[in-house]
Design a protein around this ligand. Structure first.
Ligand code: NAD
Length: 359
């Protein structure tokens, strides 16, 4: 495995919430390959063909724990038992449309769950770095043409987006109140940051109402791909792009705890900002077959039409850069979905990480 972090993760105790999910499973595989002692905290995977299940990563890491982040007492007990040094908090209810159906639960999991994780960090002296994963949708979206910068106001129209905006407010408050960089080394030894990524795509995602899983489900059933919001513009990026940013940030925070404890955007280059229709078109090209059908619904639930991220801060201060253009991204994505049924998925993921790092 190529190691761009120079052995930093080797032997580190890293706790990942949401490790059974799409992004968390990739992060756990990557950290495990780098020699980290990974403890995962999440719910049961959604299906038998999730990346978490197919890769078998749960059986490789130090501890694979099923626990609900809404249970604050349990979170503290898990932290106490495993004494993590670095925490990546990804567990969430991450779907916009579902959040209209279960707004209360979305807030409970996303906001109170995040607070429970921060409280567990506060109670566990071993934790030095906390990277809290929110989303690009945490910004108050006024459909502006230029990308959001880290200092833009938080907000959100739907319950998912606004819950993540609320998470950002809570993270800012906990950082000011309990993990203030001015008090570092005197009152605490924690560096806490929040990270906002764009629309993340990659192998092993089967979530409902996300474009790539929707496409693959249709392709596997030989159905035309029905596109609900063909003109919606999103910052698409391969899952390994933001993960590389989160891991780089955690390393920098470890080395300089008071310098990087802020909010960070990890989105793609402007050229990868494209419409849902364009992304689906690219996918079927690399997948080798498929047909698109415009199913725009004027009565659809509100979803943002335009959303772009400015990533200049991560580029200039962290030296992080997106590696893949849209073609490179789609090649990796379609490769996973073409090969997952017949190949060893853990090896496939490691191969994709190495390919990504070789760009
Ligand atoms: N996928 C994207 O496009 C995207 C973009 C920006 C931000 N994000 C954020 O990244 C994170 C991961 O997203 P994902 O796409 O991998 O989602 P996912 O749905 O695949 O995974 C969610 C994970 O959270 C866990 N979880 C959910 N509720 C829980 C609870 N009550 N207690 C414990 N664990 C719980 C699940 O078990 C799963 O492991 C989320 O915070 C999401 O908001 C995702």
């Amino acid at each position: 495995m190529i190691d761009i972090f120079n052995d930093f993760y080797k032997g580190k105790r890293v706790l990942v919430t949401g490790h059974t999910g799409f992004k968390g499973s990739w992060l756990s595989i990557w950290l495990h390959e780098l020699g980290a002692e990974v403890v995962g905290v999440g719910l049961e995977p959604y299906s038998e063909r999730d990346n978490f299940v197919l890769s078998g990563i749960g059986g490789k890491i130090k501890a694979d724990i099923r626990a609900d982040i809404r249970d604050g007492k349990l979170m503290k007990e898990i932290f106490e038992e495993y004494q993590p040094e670095i925490v990546f908090h990804l567990a969430a209810q991450p779907l916009v449309r579902l959040s209209y159906e279960i707004p209360f639960e979305t807030y409970e999991v996303n906001v109170m769950g995040t607070i429970n994780v921060m409280e567990a960090i506060r109670c566990t002296n071993s934790v030095k770095v906390g990277v809290m994963i929110t989303t690009d949708k945490c910004y108050d979206n006024n459909e502006q043409l230029h990308g959001y910068v880290e200092t833009d106001p938080f907000g959100g129209y739907d319950p998912y987006s606004s819950s993540k905006g609320a998470c950002e407010v809570a993270i800012q408050s906990w950082r000011r109140s309990f993990f203030n960089p001015d008090d570092y080394g005197k009152k605490h030894t924690v560096s806490l940051a929040s990270v906002r990524a764009g629309n993340v795509i990659g192998g092993g995602d089967w979530a409902l109402d996300r474009i790539i899983p929707d496409c693959i489900r249709a392709l596997e059933a030989n159905r035309p791909i029905e596109i609900r919001s063909p003109k919606a513009v999103r910052p698409w990026e391969h899952v390994l792009e933001p993960l590389s940013g989160y891991m780089l940030l955690a390393q920098k925070m470890w080395d300089s705890p008071t310098e990087y404890c802020e909010g960070w955007n990890f989105g793609p280059e402007e050229e990868s900002v494209s419409t849902v229709w364009e992304v689906a078109t690219e996918l079927i090209q690399y997948y080798g077959c498929g047909e698109l059908k415009d199913c725009s619904d004027p009565n659809a639930l509100h979803e943002a039409k335009l959303l772009m991220l400015n990533v200049n801060k991560a580029k200039s201060r962290l030296g992080w850069n997106p590696r893949l253009n849209m073609q490179g991204c789609m090649e990796l994505v379609s490769d996973w979905y073409k090969r997952y049924k017949t190949e060893n998925v853990y090896s496939l993921c490691v191969e994709e990480i190495n390919k990504f790092l070789s760009v």
